[in-house]
Design a protein around this ligand. Structure first.
Ligand SMILES: NC(=O)c1ccc[n+]([C@@H]2O[C@H](COP(=O)([O-])OP(=O)(O)OC[C@H]3O[C@@H](n4cnc5c(N)ncnc54)[C@H](O)[C@@H]3O)[C@@H](O)[C@H]2O)c1
Length: 614
């Protein structure tokens, strides 16, 4: 059997090729659909038994393209397609048209969860140029005796193809959440080819039974494939502001297809997608998917928050090992209900770290361990250099002897930039670093070493620079818990210097989500700022905590106190992160936590951190 295929370079043609080779001899058309004379001439020259139409314009990067290229779209998807179908009809050649189901929209007769559109239904979605031409061609050619027309929707292969619907939505910053019929190609193309072989005609909804929502797909992705994967949902109003063309949402009925194949149970979309995730896991997005994570400083504030998130019951189980020196600010209690291995030790202990990396086959290191309190860095600066610079260096060195390590995430701070002096825009990641205190300087030193190991040893490393993070579980030496607890105890809130210096405050869960996005999608060698929209002065924080009449006492200022850090986080937002928690919301939760938690069990000597400053 001779099969002439239009759309040689197309994605669907590529998917169907190996199946078609079992049915007949494939010839790929050289003519273009819009060149109607050439198409007719090729049909006559090749004289095929079957024609397969996989050609057409779908728009790049998406169908919005068609809105501004109406003539090109019309020439191919309307006139060219109509011509090929009618030319085949005139010659008595069987033609299979891989068309679309995106010509329907939920309506009163076919609401979400209600009856699905059958092959007899007439298109009711004309919200895009693409869909209008597709609907017109189906309507015009539906009754021709030699055409087999497949309505395909949101095709899915669950491999790393950028055309696969799953790849697309996994890479969107935000998704809408509407159930839709989808075509899981590995299930459906074998059926399509059998129908081509046997010369079926008519319209078929080539989709899997039961629509699936975007969140169902991505939840399964997070559960099965990538334990750190996160997504954001938007409503239709927001969606309509980011697309040019309308998008069709519908459920297509699969009864006709199932009757055609009585002995075959076509899997539901959800079960099929989950199955493909299991099978194709490593190839899915070509991105790093952690299986065994070493979290340094994992009993500290941010580290333990990260571990709790990764180990939360709804996420895919993954091995987490915490290495922590258990300084006063750390707490085993913070991980009391997490199934993790906690190893007490120093990141500077190369032998110990190497042993951990090998024994646990660690593929990802998320490096939080550090001396973190700026005030302390003025008094015991060498301790900061020892852990933050030398400790990080030794940790990096240990990775060079551990082939299992595929990713190194280094947690740094906005303080590395030094004080913001240009108030016209936030600083981007590539500016010159001008730290002003020993803590910030030691974090610059650590970053420099991470960059060096990325370049010289090919370490897949990413740096994150965060604003001030706050939330439950932060040791009370830091501003917000210190103010909350002193206020609770009726002690005055001590403000260093004028108190007019400002900071951007980022709630813990937002910081954790940002870290997860970077682990999954950050590019090696890149640096990502995490910025909060909430900028407050120290006095402003005192008022938020104690009310406008709060009693605050001014004490002597730091040797140097940066007035402001203002960073730009566009780069992080471009890979899918947005701040979710406002300062007021985050503070409310934090306040409740400090008011209701038995802090002694967290940090036996926490009261020392509440001492008077002067
Ligand atoms: N908290 C913030 O506002 C903020 C903002 C930006 C960046 N960061 C960075 O995030 C990371 C975590 O900060 P945090 O607020 O959770 O700090 P934290 O002080 O609460 O925790 C640090 C943890 O590191 C451990 N540690 C210290 N030295 C160690 C060593 N040599 N070996 C092993 N463990 C050691 C401590 O015991 C502690 O558990 C740090 O790298 C910090 O510089 C913090």
């Amino acid at each position: 059997m001779k099969i002439l295929v239009f759309g040689r370079n197309g994605w669907i043609a590529g998917q169907i090729h190996p199946l078609l080779t079992r049915v007949g001899d494939i010839v790929y058309a050289a003519s273009r659909l819009q060149d109607q004379d050439a198409v007719s001439a090729e049909l006559d020259a090749v004289s095929p038994d079957k024609v397969i139409l996989c050609a057409g314009i779908t728009g790049r990067p998406n169908v919005d393209w068609c809105e501004t290229h109406v003539e090109e779209t019309m020439a191919v998807n309307y006139y060219g397609t109509l011509h090929l179908i009618t030319a085949c009809n005139e010659r008595g050649i069987h033609i299979t048209n891989f068309a679309t189901g995106c010509i329907f929209q939920y309506d009163d007769t076919h609401p979400i969860g209600g009856s699905a559109f059958t092959e007899e239904d007439i298109p009711n979605f004309f919200g895009s140029v693409y869909s209008r031409f597709k609907a017109a061609v189906e309507t015009a050619t539906k009754s021709l005796p030699n055409q087999l027309l497949f309505r395909i929707r949101m095709p899915i292969t669950c491999d790393s193809s950028p055309r696969c619907f799953v790849t697309k939505i996994a890479n969107y910053n935000k998704i809408v959440d509407i159930p839709n019929s989808v075509s899981v190609l590995p299930d459906l193309l074998p059926l399509a080819v059998e129908m081509i072989r046997s010369g079926d005609v008519g319209v078929y909804n080539l989709v899997n039974p039961e629509p699936v929502s975007h969140t169902q797909i991505l939840d399964a992705y997070a559960e099965i494939v990538d334990p750190l994967f996160l997504y954001n949902v938007m409503d239709m109003a927001e969606h309509n502001t980011v697309v040019k063309a309308g998008r069709s949402n519908n459920a297509l009925c699969t009864a006709k297809l199932q009757i055609r194949f009585p002995g075959i149970t076509i899997p539901t979309a959800v079960s099929s997608i989950r199955n493909l995730f299991e099978r194709n896991m490593p190839a899915l997005r070509g991105q790093h998917i952690p299986r065994s994570i070493l979290v340094t400083g994992g009993c500290g504030f941010i580290g333990s928050g990260f571990v709790r998130f990764v180990k939360s019951p709804q996420r895919k189980p993954i091995s987490v090992i915490v290495l922590d020196r258990m300084d006063a600010c750390s707490s085993r209690m913070s991980l009391h209900d997490c199934d993790v291995t906690i190893i007490e030790g120093d990141i500077a202990d190369i032998e110990k770290v190497s042993h951990i990396l090998a024994e646990h086959n660690v593929d990802t290191i998320v490096h939080f361990a550090a001396q973190t309190h700026v005030d302390a860095s003025f008094e015991s600066a060498f301790a900061f250099t020892e852990t933050n610079v030398l400790g990080t260096h030794k940790l990096l060195h240990a990775t060079t002897t551990a082939p299992s390590v595929k990713r190194f995430i280094h947690m740094s701070t906005d303080e590395v930039y030094g004080e913001t002096t240009d108030h016209t825009s936030g600083v981007k990641e590539d500016v010159f670093l001008q730290p002003t205190n020993p803590y910030a300087a030691s974090k610059v030193g650590a970053e420099a070493l991470v960059c060096a190991y990325q370049k010289s040893y090919g370490l897949n490393a990413v740096i994150i620079r965060a604003n001030n993070v706050y939330g439950p579980g932060q040791y009370p030496e830091k501003l917000i818990p210190r103010f909350l607890l002193r206020h609770q105890l009726g002690l005055p809130l001590q403000v260093q210097g004028s108190g007019h210096q400002t900071r951007h405050f980022l709630y813990l869960s937002d910081a954790i989500r940002a870290i997860c996005v970077v682990v999954s999608r950050g590019l090696s060698g890149s640096i990502y700022n995490i910025a909060s929209k909430d900028e407050l002065s120290v006095l402003g924080v005192a008022k938020k905590i104690g009310g406008s009449t709060v009693s605050s006492v001014h004490v002597s200022d730091r040797k140097f106190n940066d007035q402001r850090y203002w960073v730009d986080d566009q780069k992080l937002r471009s890979i899918g992160w947005t701040q979710e928690t406002s300062f007021d919301m985050g503070l409310k939760t934090t306040r409740e936590w400090y008011a209701t938690t038995e802090l002694i069990s967290y940090w036996p000597s926490y009261k020392i951190a509440l001492h008077d400053l002067d």
